[in-house]
Design a protein. Sequence first.
Length: 249
Amino acid sequence: MNESSEQIFHMDWRIVFGLTVTSIWIGAGLFYLISVVGLDNFLHVPTGDIGSFLEGAFAPLAFLWLVIGHFMQQKEITANTMAISLQERSARRLEVHSRRDSYFKLLTLVQEQLGNVSAFHYISICGPTGSGEVSMDEFSDMRTQASAGDTSLFIRKMIAMAADNRDDPEKLQEIFYGTEVRTRHSNTFNKTFARLLSAARAVDEDDMISSALLEGSAAGFLYRIMQHVSGEVPLSPITGVDKEQTASG
């Protein structure tokens, strides 16, 4: 009973209007037949004339309900269009969410790759074939630590090395591009990080992820240092210090 009452209460006003006009029209027609024409006289009218009378009497109602049906159909089309639009927006949100999930899974793998590249770069500088500061046993211990979850260990060591030599451009050039092996490692790191940054921008319209990756991560900082050493960006975005200040210091 309550459901029926709610359905009537929420009935579209066009239907209510149509039912009201129809009731009034039929009531007026019956009143005309009974009061003016007379029911007996009407029953003795030829069948053809009765058909013509009924056709003329109900034609306005047919037109009325045709118009009401048209507007009701337009309403349904509008509602369906809105529903489809909502579904499309929901699908886009799900797609973005899925792409972000895929990106963060990719991020973990790429961070490990960048850490491995930095490890081999670091040992080429400080290992037995470089300065000899780090033995292979020490390198193996550091690799074990990195494999245990500290993927940015060697990236931080490369950053520290660059910071120690920030006032010596020739030394920085030697660290990152002094040999064919170091050049290959630097180019691999730069290309890998650039692709990762491009993937971040593709899934992040506000650039929050890409900014955090470039400016808030060890890999991003080392990437910008390499960009500076290769001459692609000035010194100040890397260290926050102008060249003149560095020279005077």
